[in-house]
Design a protein. Structure first.
Length: 318
């Protein structure tokens, strides 16, 4: 007999916190603007590109040698990333260390990443932690998140869930929605720390307010299913729709199921079909639910549902 397909978003044995953290470290070296202190990185790229065409190499070297911390950081990054200059980890270490010792958080963060990942140096978890702690002390939220992830997974250090949770909490309070999500997952599942549903709700709400769709989804399904909290389907649907509007596939699927069943609001097959169809497009396992609702739609309802789907897709593409 074919096993039943659980409704999209239904709670299941879930160890995706580890997958999230591993995914994070696969992207740590990328210079991208994000919510965890990395807009500085995008600025560095722009400055480096400008410098490559407008500032002579000797001028940048002279400025760095004279103690200009921005020049030291830029020079170190150029040597580390291999643009504008040949890749040279020894020179990268030299200039990033000077900038870091002068209080430049991004330089300390870069040094931590080098030692954690063995990028041009021998991997050394303790040294990575040392530089991440320095970066965190100088205001880097990304460093707090990296420390939390290392201690959560025992990457280069002895695993310490309680310490990990403290770093996730600090990063969340500094404005990281990803950190709030991971802290919420830890306490919601009792992963190395005491299970605390009330704290999970607090963290997920914090993450949702910071714009993290995964946090909104976790909070929404807790309320919708009464998992660890008093069941409140209306509140659950509201949070799921917040995540669904951000393109979260599982939230779209569960929102569709609730609309189809009249849970959390009026029963609405048109809206159910819209969200279930979008969930399928975005990779959620919601085909069976979508087709079940489709069988109840009139031609006019199907046309209206398709109009809403198209409107949503157009809005997302802008």
């Amino acid at each position: 007999m074919k096993p039943k397909t659980p409704p999209p978003g239904k709670s299941r044995p879930d160890t995706d916190i580890e997958m999230r953290l591993r995914t994070r470290f696969r992207h740590t070296r990328s210079l991208r603007a994000d919510r965890h202190g990395s807009p500085v990185r995008a600025l560095i790229l722009a400055l480096a590109a400008f410098a490559a065409t407008h500032v002579g190499a000797d001028a940048l070297q002279d400025a760095a040698g004279a103690g200009d911390q921005n020049a030291q950081l830029q020079l170190g990054v150029e040597y580390l990333e291999g643009y504008a200059r040949d890749f040279n980890p020894r020179q990268a270490l030299k200039w990033l260390t000077r900038a870091a010792k002068g209080g430049t958080a991004e330089a300390s963060l870069r040094l931590g990443e080098m030692y954690q990942q063995g990028h041009g140096v021998r991997t050394n978890g303790k040294t990575a932690v040392k530089w991440y702690k320095r970066a965190a002390a100088d205001g880097s939220t990304a460093a707090l998140l990296n420390l939390a992830s290392m201690y959560a997974m025992g990457m280069g250090v002895r695993a310490n869930p309680e310490l990990s949770l403290r770093y996730f909490t600090r990063a969340a309070e500094a404005g990281s929605g990803e950190a709030a999500l991971n802290a919420g997952l830890m306490v919601a599942r009792g992963q190395g720390v005491e299970l605390d549903s009330a704290e999970a709700v607090r963290f997920f709400r914090m993450g949702a307010e910071l714009g993290d769709a995964n946090s909104a989804f976790e909070l929404g399904r807790m309320y919708a299913n009464g998992a660890g909290v008093q069941k409140d389907e209306a509140r659950g649907l509201a949070m799921l729709l917040r995540a669904a509007e951000q393109g979260h596939a599982r939230a779209q699927g569960l929102s569709g199921v609730l609309h189809a069943e009249g849970r959390g609001g009026p029963q609405d097959d048109v809206e159910a079909f819209k969200w279930l169809s979008l969930a399928v497009v975005n990779g959620a396992d919601a085909v069976a639910h979508r087709d079940s609702v489709a069988g109840r739609l009139s031609d006019d309802q199907r046309s209206e549902a398709q109009r809403r789907i198209n409107t949503w897709l157009v809005g997302r593409s802008r």
